[in-house]
Design a protein around this ligand. Structure first.
Ligand code: AMP
Ligand code: TRP
Length: 327
């Protein structure tokens, strides 16, 4: 039996090469080795206000980008969270087993709610319970996530253990798998900040659906420093970040890359990097256009994805309800 992997991605903002190199490429690699479920988490997205039409379109866009990037829906399952109502139902039951104190410790809520003050939704506070439900519903063994999500996966572990100790062995206790550091991509405009889905800083991220010229322009304008030498050096975050992106897209060794740019200037590095990124993403973009030419195609793939995993979700929820005395 293959181990089960579950991960989720929010359908908000534009996916960028940080998501691609830090998460999606990793998912593509592990799909043969594990039984993978990748979920576009639209219920998480509505914890903050969303425009309904845009949310629906974004959900399809993100799913299509995952598939265009190489996740094979015949091998892994790609689904939309709200297509399986068991996510919401299990969240409610788990809520009854999560002490408020555990939730109050969640650092992401503290950060996000500071920005929104009193406008913040109850659901944003409860976000980790929905995430725990996502994971526990499918008997997940491993959850590949970024460092920022580790605390949420820990909460899923804690609630699984607590549920099992109160109600008897029911839920598989999952474990977080954090991608190694090298894959952390920084903002082009400000290499001290993580590359992120940010509308306010259009120069920060290379989005997966950017045109080749937009990609070139953003890379040519990337912040560097006033030194000259081109080498991997974390104390020079701008140049280092460009080199890391080059390394990730080409798969070349660091020594080889440094030798290639010896005696050359930043403009040369940027020009070459831009071509590497444009070329690197172009097959994915072509597949995306193909996949979305007929909107019913992605709709069908997502229905199939939900269909494949629904029996697992139904079985877990039925058992949980039984253990709690519901029904
Ligand atoms: P987010 O965009 O924050 O919803 O993250 C979705 C996935 O992409 C998570 O697994 C993150 O760890 C990964 N990710 C997001 N931004 C970056 C980045 N700048 N570098 C590497 N990985 C990232
Ligand atoms: N909260 C995660 C993020 O913002 C997305 C997510 C939702 C997720 N449910 C999940 C990740 C379950 C892993 C497992 O990145």
């Amino acid at each position: 039996m293959k181990k089960r992997v579950f991960s989720g991605i929010q359908p908000t903002g534009d996916l960028h090469i940080g998501n691609y190199l830090g998460a999606i490429q990793h998912w593509v690699k592990i799909q043969h080795e594990y039984d993978c479920i990748f979920c576009v988490v639209d219920l998480h997205a509505i914890t903050v206000p969303q425009e309904p039409k845009a949310l629906k379109a974004k959900t399809r866009e993100v799913a299509a980008l995952l598939i265009a990037s190489g996740i094979d829906p015949k091998i892994a399952s790609v689904l939309v969270q709200s297509h399986i109502h068991e996510h919401s139902e299990l969240t409610w039951i788990l809520n009854c087993f999560i002490p408020m104190g555990w939730m109050r410790r969640m650092t992401q809520f503290k950060e996000k709610s500071q920005k929104q003050k009193e406008e913040v939704s109850t659901a944003l506070f409860d976000y980790p319970a929905l995430m725990a439900a996502d994971i526990l519903l499918y008997d997940t063994d491993e959850v590949p996530v970024g460092e920022d999500q580790k605390q949420h996966v820990e909460l899923a572990r804690d609630v699984a253990q607590r549920f099992n100790s109160i109600c008897g062995d029911t839920l598989i206790v999952p474990k977080a798998v954090i991608a190694e550091a090298g894959a952390r991509i920084m903002g082009l405009d400000d290499p001290t900040q993580k590359m992120s889905k940010s509308e306010e800083q259009p120069g920060r991220a290379i989005n997966l659906l950017d045109s080749p010229d937009d990609m070139r322009n953003k890379i040519m304008r990337a912040t560097t420093d006033s030194l000259r030498e081109i080498r991997f050096d974390e104390s020079r975050p701008g140049v280092n970040n460009l080199l890391v992106i080059y390394e990730q897209f080409t798969g070349q060794g660091r020594k080889e890359i440094e030798a290639r740019f010896e005696g050359k200037g930043y403009a040369d590095l940027k020009r070459e990097l831009a071509e590497v990124v444009v070329e690197g993403l172009s097959p994915m973009q072509a597949r995306y256009r193909e996949l979305t030419a007929d909107p019913s195609h992605i709709e069908r793939l997502l229905a199939e994805g939900a269909g494949k995993v629904r029996p697992i979700a139904e079985k877990t929820l039925a058992l949980v309800k039984e253990r709690v005395g519901l029904g």
